[in-house]
Design a protein around this ligand. Structure first.
Ligand code: BTN
Length: 256
């Protein structure tokens, strides 16, 4: 099914390794790259993962043959701007833009740091694993889980899919091709468009420039989202004062 995917790219997705089942595409991509067996831009895609990994040691569970789960090996042959979170922002913004294109007119936002929500439900999770030598970013494994055709029932109110929101079945190979092309275009634009990508990332954050609810040390707080800073911290404006938070220090409350 995915064999016919031939993206119009220079390197991302020119080589696609397809599995019916694997432990984790991120893990496989990492091992392949470690053994120097991967071309730059190789995509590892699986229909089912037995040990799908999420951020902060969470797991990623997805029904087989219905969604997209893949990892991209990015070797940073040209230097990426020295901002540790930039690859993360570039990828998260790209996924947000792609989902907006597939769901025009719907509320699609980034939930800091890199989840995509549609109409207040999670549709896409991203796990970027970076490898450094000192300050130098060598390579990144970009892991993406996008809910495409899975039906999420009323009992799973916090998750959704493109099909759930659009009301009709979506073509997974076509979506994969589109995503790979958009990721490469944004990645290649990075050296000159870094500020623009950071701005657009911020503007798509849930709660950007508007009052939203957060939990800080178990206390309910009203604040506006100002930005995600260069270190990846969430900057909130609380009663006129800007404060930066690390993961675990703040939780955004999604009101129904
Ligand atoms: C999250 O929401 O916590 C991130 C989820 C990332 C899931 C994707 S699925 C493909 C790739 N392989 C993994 O094991 N994880 C990522």
């Amino acid at each position: 099914m995915f064999a016919k995917v031939k993206p119009n790219t220079q390197f991302i997705g020119q080589n696609i390794i397809y599995f019916n089942q694997v432990d984790s595409t991120n893990k496989f991509a990492f091992e392949l790259n470690k053994q120097n067996l991967a071309e730059n831009g190789t995509v590892v895609l699986a229909e089912y993962q037995t040990e799908g990994r999420g951020q902060f040691n969470r797991e990623w569970i997805s029904k087989p043959y219905q969604n997209l789960m893949f990892s991209i090996i990015l070797k940073h042959v040209t230097k990426v701007p020295s901002s540790p979170f930039i690859v993360n922002k570039m990828l998260t913004l790209t996924m947000c833009q792609c989902i907006q294109d597939y769901l025009p007119g719907q509320e699609v936002h980034i939930k800091w740091p890199n989840d995509i929500f549609v109409n207040k439900r999670k549709i896409c999770g991203i796990l970027v694993e970076n490898n450094y030598s000192g300050q130098q970013l060598n390579y990144s494994i970009l892991g993406i889980g996008l809910n495409v055709n899975q039906d999420f029932s009323r009992h799973q109110l916090n998750a959704t899919s493109l099909k759930n929101e659009a009301g009709h079945f979506k073509d997974r190979p076509e979506i994969l091709k589109y995503i790979l092309e958009r990721i490469e275009a944004n990645y290649l634009s990075l050296p000159r468009a870094m500020h623009d990508i950071e701005d657009q990332y911020n503007q798509n954050l849930m709660g950007y420039n508007r009052i939203a609810s957060f939990l800080i040390q178990d206390k309910s707080v009203e604040a506006t989202v100002v930005a995600c800073d260069r270190e990846g911290r969430l900057v909130l404006n609380i009663q006129g004062e800007n404060r930066a938070f690390l993961h675990g220090e703040v939780k955004q409350v999604i009101d129904e």
